[in-house]
Design a protein around this ligand. Structure first.
Ligand code: PBG
Length: 331
């Protein structure tokens, strides 16, 4: 047959395929999320996230050594806060001796070059499981922003490299930037969750931190008045643009797999690095299907992570970071 263009020439064997490959995964792009709890030698499994544990600070040291050895250079930190420390102000969030502050210092002690990106939002500290202060059935914006500024400064004082506000309050990036600068932390960056959707894929994470919104008539049952409506995409660009103007250094899109169009949109329109978060529910789905033998775990993991690169992500926050690093290092 006379077929002048034969696409299959470029797929003829693995050597040719790898020569013309457009996107590559690298452990250097990964951010590894870590869950921390109190105690000594305390390692608690999270049933809805097989392979992921809440670690006490002594165990965090070993974990950081391992993560560093694997070639991963960034961590997101999340803490499980004791119920007795939760309230409706979030004040534990800027306690200089709080669990988050101690965790940041521990990471820096073990691996000074590790990029530490603690989560900035009140939900682990909120008695109502919200990312902000609740009053008269709503989550207050401006009062919450003030709390987030204190929290960010406290993270910077503990040694954070970037603060990662995941709360979706309006104006928080500008306020945090100003608060950091006024306190001398001009070198501390902001990775803002610019387009964070009110997603149903966060369930396992809320199990991990015991941070789901409480079931109470006075309290909003979901986060839809601050996190974005998943029917929208233009709005994501508006959110992202605002965060860049306010001083965000890196923009985050979250969740990942169901939002690859948003990653591409943000990447194409704004000149800042774009990060994507493969969230707990995405991780749980791949784990559950592979435990049943319905999917090939490693192959699906690599395919899902590569899709983020193809969509334009520069950084990938993923619970698979360690497992993927092991495979990539053996390639
Ligand atoms: C809270 C926060 C959430 C996640 C990261 N930070 C949950 C939420 O918004 O309810 C979810 C991460 C995941 O599911 O892996 N600010």
């Amino acid at each position: 047959m006379d077929i002048p263009i034969r696409h299959r020439r470029l797929r003829i064997n693995e050597s040719v395929r790898s020569l013309i490959r457009e996107n590559h995964l690298s452990t250097k792009d990964f951010i590894s999320p870590i869950f921390i709890n109190e105690g000594v030698n305390n390692k608690e499994a999270i049933p809805s996230m097989p392979g992921i544990y809440r670690l006490s600070l002594d165990l965090l040291k070993e974990e950081i050594k391992l993560i560093w050895q694997l070639g991963i250079r960034a961590v997101n930190i999340y803490v499980k806060v004791d119920q007795s420390l939760k309230d409706n102000t979030g004040k534990e969030a800027w306690n200089p001796d709080g669990l988050m502050q101690r965790a940041i210092k521990t990471v820096k002690e073990i691996a000074p070059e590790m990029v530490v990106m603690p989560d900035v939002a009140l939900d682990p500290y909120s008695m109502f499981g919200h990312d902000g202060i609740v009053k008269n059935g709503t989550v207050l914006n401006d009062e919450t922003v003030e709390a987030l500024v204190k929290m960010s400064i406290s993270h910077a004082e503990s040694g954070a490299d970037f603060v990662a506000p995941s709360d979706m309050m309006d104006g928080r990036v500008a306020a945090i930037r100003q608060g950091l600068d006024q306190n001398g932390f001009t070198k501390v960056g902001i990775m803002s969750y610019a387009a964070k959707y009110a997603s149903n894929f966060y369930g396992p994470f809320r199990d991990a931190l015991d941070s789901a919104p409480v079931d109470n008539q006075e309290i909003p049952r979901d986060k839809k008045t601050y996190q974005m409506d998943y029917h929208n995409s233009i709005e994501a660009l508006r959110e992202a643009e605002a965060d860049v103007i306010e001083g965000a250094d890196i923009l985050m899109v979250k969740p990942g797999m169901a939002y690859l169009d948003i990653v591409r949109l943000v990447k194409d329109h704004l000149q800042v690095p774009v990060s994507v978060y493969q969230v707990s529910g995405e991780y749980a789905m791949i784990k559950a299907a592979s435990e049943k033998g319905w999917l090939d775990h490693d192959q699906v993991m690599l395919e899902s992570l590569t899709a983020f690169k193809r969509a334009g992500a520069d950084l990938i926050s993923t619970y698979f970071a360690k497992e993927a690093a092991v495979l990539l290092n053996n390639e």
